[in-house]
Design a protein around this ligand. Structure first.
Ligand code: AHR
Length: 525
C-alpha cells in the first residue's frame, strides 16, 4: 500500500518535473504576434469608390419583405405607411445608397401590375421560387416609399423569364413618366403625383439559371431586344444592366461583352460564400470550428480572382471601363436552420460574417475602377442579413455593424496601399492574415479599414502614411472572444463596435495593434 503511494507520489513528481517546461510554454501562450507593415500612399489617388458598392438587395423571399420590412398600416408594430419604423431607422444609419428589388429569382415571375392599386384588390399569387403566397401588399409604391425613406436609389430588376418587353416598358413608363399618358395617370390615381427616378433597371436575373436556363448567345440577343424598350421618360436616365455571370463562368462574360456590351451600362456578377462549396451541405451558420472559419475565408477571398478575370475579359471589349461590373448578389449562404422553412433562407450571423463582409468590401474598393455596384444578399431575415426580426423584436447583426463602420468609404477616393503581412496557415495551405483598404473622403479625411483574418494571432502593423502627417487617430473595432459570437433576440448586444485604442503614434511612426479576428475602421488625421 505504502509502496504504491510512494510510487504514485514519485510518478506525480516526475510528471510535474517534466510538465514544468510544458506549463512554461503554455503560460507563454500569450498569442504570437503577426508583424506586418502597411504603407498608405496618401499622396496618390485611385478611382472613386462608387457608393453603390455599399448597396443592398431585398427580394420577396422568406420573411424579408413581409415581416422584415412591411408589416402593414394596421400592425401593432410601429410603422409608417406600413413600413416598420425600427428597421427603417436602423437601415438609415447605414446610408443605403441603392436597393435592388423585387428579386432575385422572384423577379422573373413578378408582374408589376399585381402590386399597384388598392391593396385589398391585389391578386394573391404563389411565390413559385421560394414558397408561400404573395399578397402583393408590397408593390411599386411601397418599394419607392421605402427608397425615399432610406434616401436610396431604386434598382428595379425586370422580368425576362416570364414577362415581355412591353410589360417592362410599361412599368418604366408608369414609374417615370410625367406626361398625361394613361399609365402616368394611373400612377397619379394610385397616389403618386410626381414620377419617381429609376436610375437602374436590370433585364432579368440569372438567366443562365432560374431566370430562364438560357445559353449566353440566346440571352445576349434577348438582352438587346428588351434593352431597346427601356426608355427614358421625363428626364429620368436609366442605367441598363445585363445579367452577368457567376463564380468562374467566364464564357458568359465573354459572349455578353462581345455581343451586347454597347447596349449596356452594367453587367452583373453573383458569388456566394459557402464554407464547403457543396450546395447540399453548405455548413452551419453558427456551429463551426477553426477549420470551417478558415475554409469560409478561403472561399470569400476567391471573389478577388473572379473579379480580376471577369474584368480582364471586359477590358478587351471595353477598355475605357464604361460598363460597370455590378456584383449584385454576394454574401454567405449556410444550411437552413433546424425548424425553419426550406425556402426562407433565414440564417444567423456571427463575427465570421463580419470578417467576410469586411474582406469583400475591401476587395470591391480595390477594384473600384470596374466594380460600380455591389448588393449584399440580403437586407433583412435572409442570408447574410443586416437585421433579423422576430415579431416586434429586432437584432442588428455583426454584418450590419461592418456596413455602418465602412460607410466612410462611400464616394471617397481610393488611396493605394502596400500591405505586407504574414500568412494565416492551416494544414498545408495559407492565406493572407490581413485585408485592408484606404480612402480619402470629400472633406479630405483619410480612412483605413483593416481586417484580421487570423482567429488566434493579433497583428502589429507598422504603418507609414506617405504624403501626410498623422497627428490623431479615431476609430472603431468589431471583435469578440469567440469566432461565432452573435447577437440574439435574448442578447442583442453581445457583439457591437467599440472605440479602437490599439495604436501608438510616436513622431511619424504609427503602430496599429489589430486583435485577432477583428474588423477595424480608422480615421487618420
Ligand atoms: O439570393 C437568393 C437567390 O440567389 C436569388 O434569388 C437568386 O438570384 C440567387 O440564386
Amino acid at each position: 500500500m505504502t509502496k504504491t503511494l510512494i510510487t504514485r507520489s514519485l510518478s506525480l513528481l516526475l510528471v510535474f518535473a517534466f510538465c514544468t517546461p510544458i506549463l512554461k510554454t503554455s503560460s507563454a501562450q500569450t498569442p504570437e504576434i503577426n508583424k506586418a507593415s502597411l504603407v498608405i500612399h496618401s499622396d496618390q489617388t485611385g478611382p472613386t469608390i462608387n457608393r453603390d458598392i455599399y448597396g443592398h438587395f431585398a427580394e420577396h423571399l422568406g420573411r424579408l419583405i413581409y415581416e422584415g420590412l412591411w408589416v402593414g398600416e394596421d400592425s401593432k408594430i410601429p410603422n409608417t405607411r406600413g413600413l416598420r419604423n425600427d428597421v427603417v431607422a436602423a437601415l438609415k444609419e447605414l446610408h443605403v445608397p441603392v436597393l435592388r428589388w423585387p428579386g432575385g429569382c422572384f423577379s422573373d415571375e413578378y408582374h408589376w401590375k399585381d402590386g399597384i392599386g388598392p391593396r385589398d384588390k391585389r391578386p394573391r399569387r404563389p411565390n413559385a421560387s421560394w414558397g408561400g403566397v404573395d399578397t402583393n401588399a408590397f408593390g411599386t409604391h411601397e418599394f419607392m416609399d421605402l427608397c425615399e425613406m432610406l434616401g436610396a436609389d431604386a434598382y428595379i430588376n425586370g422580368n425576362v423569364g416570364s414577362g415581355t418587353p412591353q410589360e417592362m416598358m410599361e412599368w418604366i413608363e408608369y414609374m417615370t413618366s410625367d406626361s398625361d399618358s394613361t399609365l402616368a395617370q394611373m400612377r397619379r390615381q394610385n397616389g403618386r403625383e410626381k414620377p419617381w427616378k429609376v436610375p437602374f433597371f436590370a433585364v432579368g436575373n440569372e438567366t443562365w439559371g432560374c431566370g430562364g436556363e438560357m445559353r449566353p448567345e440566346y440571352y445576349a440577343d434577348e438582352y438587346r431586344r428588351y434593352a431597346t424598350f427601356i426608355k427614358n421618360y421625363s428626364g429620368n436616365r436609366i442605367q441598363k444592366l445585363a445579367v452577368g455571370s457567376h463564380d468562374d463562368y467566364y464564357e458568359w462574360t465573354e459572349v455578353l461583352m462581345a455581343q451586347a456590351a454597347r447596349y449596356m451600362n452594367g453587367l452583373s456578377l453573383h458569388y456566394y460564400t459557402l464554407p464547403t462549396s457543396n450546395w447540399q451541405q453548405k455548413g452551419s451558420a453558427t456551429e463551426f470550428g477553426e477549420k470551417e472559419w478558415y475554409a469560409t475565408l478561403v472561399r470569400t477571398l476567391r471573389i478577388d480572382e473572379f473579379i480580376q478575370k471577369h474584368s480582364a475579359i471586359m477590358d478587351k471589349y471595353d477598355p475605357q471601363k464604361r460598363v460597370g461590373l455590378m456584383v449584385d448578389e454576394w454574401g454567405t449562404w449556410y444550411d437552413r436552420e433546424p425548424g425553419r422553412d426550406m425556402g426562407a433562407l433565414y440564417q444567423q450571423n456571427t463575427l465570421r460574417d463580419a470578417v467576410v463582409a469586411g474582406i469583400n468590401l475591401n476587395i470591391f474598393n480595390k477594384h473600384a475602377d470596374r466594380v460600380k455596384m455591389a448588393n449584399i444578399a440580403q437586407m433583412v431575415n435572409v442570408l447574410q442579413a443586416m437585421i433579423l426580426t422576430d415579431k416586434e423584436k429586432i437584432v442588428l447583426t455583426p454584418t450590419y455593424y461592418v456596413f455602418k463602420m465602412y460607410k466612410v468609404h462611400q464616394d471617397a477616393t481610393l488611396i493605394p496601399i502596400d500591405l505586407s503581412a504574414p500568412e494565416y496557415k492551416m494544414d498545408q495551405t495559407s492565406l493572407p492574415s490581413l485585408s485592408a483598404s484606404a480612402s480619402r473622403d470629400k472633406e479630405g479625411k483619410l480612412h483605413l479599414s483593416i481586417v484580421n483574418l487570423d482567429p488566434n494571432r493579433p497583428a502589429e502593423v507598422s504603418t507609414t502614411v506617405s504624403g501626410s502627417t498623422v497627428k490623431n487617430i479615431t476609430g472603431e473595432i468589431l471583435t469578440a472572444s469567440s469566432m461565432n459570437a452573435m447577437n440574439t433576440f435574448d442578447n442583442p448586444s453581445a457583439i457591437k463596435p467599440s472605440a479602437f485604442t490599439g495604436y501608438k503614434l510616436q513622431g511619424s511612426q504609427l503602430t496599429l495593434n489589430i486583435p485577432a479576428k477583428s474588423v477595424v475602421v480608422l480615421e487618420l488625421r
